[in-house]
Design a binder for this molecule. Structure first.
Ligand code: TXA
Ligand code: MG
Length: 337
């Protein structure tokens, strides 16, 4: 059921049921964080492996502080600057957070989403909400209530309709580790808040910090090779001399070498030769491209295309495009260099 009734959503949450929530990034599939029964329903409905941790959503900094062991100054200044907004901070968790949420890690990811209806829901339930993006594991994230309804057609899921997501791609995930009183920061997932935004702000405050780029895999178990995959194959071409038919020929030559499944994510490999591709065009501006990216990936199969082609141009090699390009690469069945 698609609704705008927050009281109804509140009742569902308190009854340990799932509710799909709008945020500025993508829609989430939410459960009260303090009920193992409710949180498990997320993993079952999404068909998500238990090794991939969930983000806990809060409506105040106070609420966030209770979920962690220590709230360092760097977390305080960054959340005051960027919350509510697309920044998830990962910190050592307190005993309030069930290990099922964090996949057994000692840390928890927390964010305050910038959407009035979801902030309302968290406030009226007085409960932080554990929520991943509201899509089946490995697939394209939803940026409208309709996308969520399409994804979970067979289920009687309560979906809050909060309109189209304004950012359109998932939050920046920032790991904060304190070593000898110095914050060490690593970006575990790129998002619209860039490393330079974070660095510039900390420098303006004269706050000492170290950015680390090498992150150990065990600290970021949710990082899979493939993710965000649309229901028809996406092929990326980075070779500026190739046209559509050359790309289709190249794919046809190599498709039998591709794996069927990678880290539990099914790869779309058509048995027929592709003959009806949709060429993905994004706008000139990275912010707008992020906003429409997932909608475009969904649209292609809805209009009956059998594949999506994306011609990657060197103009896109700047920091602000990285979050969009990273997602396209993970969503791709095949990349031609
Ligand atoms: O914008 C967003 O972040 C959306 C909306 C709904 O808030 N949520 C979202 O959740 O994208 P999800 O589950 O699709 O992605 C969360 C990712 C995990 O796959 C993992 O990579 C990382 O965040 N993560 C969460 N908790 C973590 C932790 N304790 N340590 C390391 N990475 C963590
Ligand atoms: Mg996701």
């Amino acid at each position: 059921m698609i609704t705008t009734n927050i009281n109804l959503a509140k009742d569902r949450i308190l009854q340990n049921e799932l509710v799909a929530i709008p945020t500025e990034t993508v829609y989430g599939l939410a459960a009260r964080y303090d009920s193992e029964e409710a949180v498990k329903k997320i993993f079952f409905l999404k068909e998500r492996p238990f090794f991939d941790p969930l983000i806990v959503h809060v409506s105040s900094i106070e609420q966030a502080r209770r979920l962690v062991l220590e709230w360092p100054t760097v977390a305080d200044v960054l959340t005051k600057k960027f919350w509510p907004g697309p920044l998830t901070v990962v910190l050592e968790k307190s005993s309030l957070v069930n290990p099922i949420i964090t996949s057994g890690l000692s840390t928890v990811g927390i964010r305050m989403p910038n959407h009035a209806m979801t902030l309302d829901l968290i406030s009226v339930t007085r409960l932080p909400l554990a929520a991943p993006s509201a899509n089946k594991f490995g697939r394209t994230s939803p940026t409208s209530a309709k996308h969520v309804a399409d994804e979970f057609k067979m289920h009687d899921l309560t979906i809050i309709d909060g309109g189209e997501c304004q950012v359109g791609i998932e939050s920046t995930v920032l790991l904060i580790e304190m070593k000898n009183q110095v914050p060490h920061l690593s970006i575990l997932r790129k998002g619209s808040i860039l490393r330079s935004d974070i660095e510039d702000y900390l420098k303006s405050l004269n706050l000492n910090h170290v950015f680390t780029t090498e992150v150990q895999k065990e600290k970021s178990p949710g990082h899979m090779k493939h993710h965000y995959m649309p229901s028809v194959p996406l092929i990326i071409c980075r070779n500026s001399h190739m046209d559509i038919s050359a790309v289709l020929n190249e794919f046809e030559k190599h498709k039998s070498e591709l794996p069927q499944i990678v880290e539990g994510v099914k790869i779309q490999i058509p048995s027929q030769r592709l003959n009806n591709p949709s060429v993905l065009s994004l706008t000139e501006n990275s912010t707008q491209a992020a906003r429409i990216l997932y909608q475009k990936l969904r649209e292609a199969s809805e209009i009956g295309a059998d594949s999506i082609l994306f011609f990657e141009k060197p103009e896109l090699y700047s920091e602000d495009w990285e979050p969009v390009l990273e997602r396209l690469h993970k969503a791709a069945t095949y990349i031609i260099d």
